[in-house]
Design a protein around this ligand. Sequence first.
Ligand SMILES: [Zn+2]
Length: 538
Amino acid sequence: MILALLLALQGPLSARADTVKTTHDAIRYDILIAVSDTGAHFVGEVETLWVLGSDAPVVVPLDSAMRVVRVLIDGKDNTRVHRTAYGRQDNIVYIPHDKQAGDTLTTRIRYHGVARDGLVVRIDSSGNRTFFADNWPDRAHLWLPVQDHPSDKAEVNFRVEVPLDLQVIANGTLIKVDTLARNRVAWQFRLDTRIPPSNFVFGAARMAVSPLTPTSCSAPCVPQAAWSYPQDSAYAAQAFSVAPAIVEYLSGIIGPFPYPSLAHVQTSTRFGGMENATAIFYAAQLYPAKQVGEEIIAHETAHQWFGDAVTEADWHHLWLSEGFATYLAALWLGHVHGDSAFQAKMQHHADAVFGKKGKDGVFVNNPVTETPIVDTVATDLMGLLNTNNYPKGAWVLHELRGLVGDSAFFKGLQLYYTRYRNGTALSADFERVMEETSGQQLGWFFTQALMLPGYPMLTVRWRPVGHTVELEVVQVQPPTWGLRQIPKLEIDVGGTLVTVDASGATTKLTVPVSKEPTSVIVDPQHKRLLQAKVERAP
Ligand SMILES: [Zn+2]
């Protein structure tokens, strides 16, 4: 997703630690939601197909604002044996059974209520009621009884019953719209591939739909559409006209688009954009302000591959989503606007990691930089939406690309996608794939990039001595950031490019030159995330 705007609204409901360890595997959810004609109340019924991991009860969390009215187990009413513990935050529905590991079980939970969060009900500027799910990171269980953890991906089918004048969007393909009594209709969607619970969404509102017709798209094209409030439909059609080209570009460098279609939807998400599989939700207020730019579209679209199709199995590896989407959006900008646009964007990301530059030119460090990207002790999930997982994560990929070369890097991206598509992965899985395609041992690189805080800070002193230049490269970053391995560091010495292994605390070398250089430039092609201060020694 892209951060916006409304993060100040975050509450403790979304701040659970990463303590969910799933025992059973939810394979498919069939979700029925019937929204009220007049208010925020809804009735839900969620049927789940489980593959059991043991004979332990199935345990499903559901926010205490929801009232469970019935639980069926394999189609039978078992009101007497299941029990719901009504907690202050979560209801826990315990569902005992007499099956074993490997068996399948179907549970069906009927409930109702007004969601405190997760399903956001509002009145739009035209006075119409809108319903939009907004689940990241673990707010799905505030309105859906689901195993709310990214490691348990599942197929999802939605049936959403609404008043006749509302349009409905949900994950997957629209199967049919049934007419019901009392001016109501039921919209049915199906998605046969597994996605994480943070992605289980529907939206219901008065919306206009603009198909985004590809102009020069090579087959197979992905049908895309812009869904917006009617008054913003002209802007939406124009803003998202770039979407087919983005999907085509990303398909070319990563592999086939993971899903049958893609909708770009104006919604009440608290984020600037949220990458729900097949239905990206964008913040409504971006539209009248005309602030839906191509970078946010490219970022959220890139998440369809990384985040949705390949999902980090653990919150702490969020960079596998956000770093990838951030980097792929920068690549898109470079593809369309040239290498200088890409370089400018990566510099912008580097500056975000470094923090603010003070009056004296010294960076005031960003406190997030004091923690590693994979910060296994972090318990505030919203806090993970930080400069480590976004811009620094993007720089991990860019440095890796510089290290292994374009061919191995992009082959690695493609193989990682192919191997983990519709599944989950951790950083070590990505590392293994990159070692495979590059033929290099990369453990040192990933450990340094993901497990150490900070980045290298160098002082480079140079002194002309006869027909040579003496260079001294000193690592001066805080000791808590650790000494870095910096192989193949490029330094431009008056037009002569030298490559040095600057892995030690101090590295010295002598460079032959034909005439005295006027300048020395560290990492002239900006392949590294580092700060370097260059001094001419007296
Ligand atoms: Zn993102």
